[in-house]
Design a protein around this ligand. Structure first.
Ligand code: NDP
Ligand code: 8X3
Length: 252
């Protein structure tokens, strides 16, 4: 039977690259994100290129009602999800804690922690009842390390690290794999979002070194989903060669 993967945040960056890589490898896809036009464009592209099926579901992961309404009662042909990629996420702002913007904090906490929980709470019961499934959480080096002014973003990704471990323990009796993939700097729309649309500032982040490309993370996802049933890659940290820690880069 053709496998189904659900990818949150497939309208850009890492999620979009994962969608393309899995489509290329024969998966049917459920793609989600808030920007519906981008989802529909991706659906058309992937269906035409790879002769697979794509279900595009626009919703905001921060809204539990929208998550449930979109995902709880999927049509029969879509309801046996094999792979859930919890990718939707963002950083907003880069301020020290004492000048942090509370609304930025709420957006990061609501998206990166609560959104991931809402989607997992909706999809995991089906995996439990089928005793089959693979949850892949896109965490970050920011979930293993803390860097100046990264405070709340780093805290949300540390939460993803804890939740990945917790999921692995709770889902252990049900044959469900849980993988966490932790990238260092990947050039996507991430920094444009972090700097609230200031593209010049975002460009500076990636100057002087070669950052990761979203396809490098998609390759890692393909690797982990291609392992045999008895192998779970639990945790992968993938950094640009020019990045040693969350904040230490070698820039030319
Ligand atoms: P992008 O900004 O390029 O993509 C983010 C994706 O998340 C978009 O598809 C966006 O869709 C979606 N998203 C954001 N907020 C919501 C929301 N409220 N509801 C639904 N979807 C949402 O960034 P990346 O691809 O770089 O980021 C993907 C993940 O990778 C994030 O979790 C990020 O923290 C993580 N990461 C990124 C790194 C990097 O350096 N780029 C490094 C390490 C981890 P839309 O706006 O259409 O809703
Ligand atoms: C995104 C990468 O280094 O900005 O998680 O935290 S970083």
């Amino acid at each position: 039977m053709t496998k189904i993967a659900l990818i949150t945040g497939a309208t850009a960056g890492i999620g979009q690259a994962i969608a393309c890589r899995l489509a290329e490898n024969g998966y049917n896809l459920i793609i989600t994100g808030r920007r519906e036009a981008r989802l529909l464009e991706l659906k058309n592209d992937l269906e035409n290129k790879f002769q697979i099926k794509v279900l595009a579901l626009p919703f905001d992961v921060r809204k539990y009602g929208e998550v449930v309404a979109s995902l709880e009662h999927l049509p029969d042909e879509w309801d046996h999800i094999d792979v859930l990629v919890n990718n939707a996420g963002l950083a907003v702002g880069l301020n020290p804690i004492h000048t942090g913007v509370v609304d930025d904090w709420e957006r990061m906490i609501d998206t990166n922690i609560k959104g991931l929980l809402y989607v997992t709470r909706t999809i995991s019961p089906g995996m439990v009842s089928r005793k089959r499934g693979h949850i892949i959480n896109i965490a970050s080096i920011a979930g293993k390390d803390v860097y100046p002014n990264g405070n709340v973003y780093c805290a949300t990704k540390h939460a993803v690290d804890a939740l990945s471990k917790a999921m692995r323990i709770d889902l252990l009796p049900y044959n469900i794999k849980v993988t966490q993939i932790c990238p260092g700097a990947v050039e996507t729309e991430f920094s444009i979002v972090r700097f609230k649309g200031d593209e010049a500032k975002a460009d500076q982040v990636y100057k002087g070194f070669t950052p990761l490309d979203a396809n490098n993370i998609a390759d890692a996802v393909l690797y982990v989903v291609s392992q045999p049933p008895h192998v779970d890659v639990q945790d992968m940290l993938i950094m640009p060669t020019a990045q040693a820690t969350g904040s230490l880069f070698h820039k030319e």
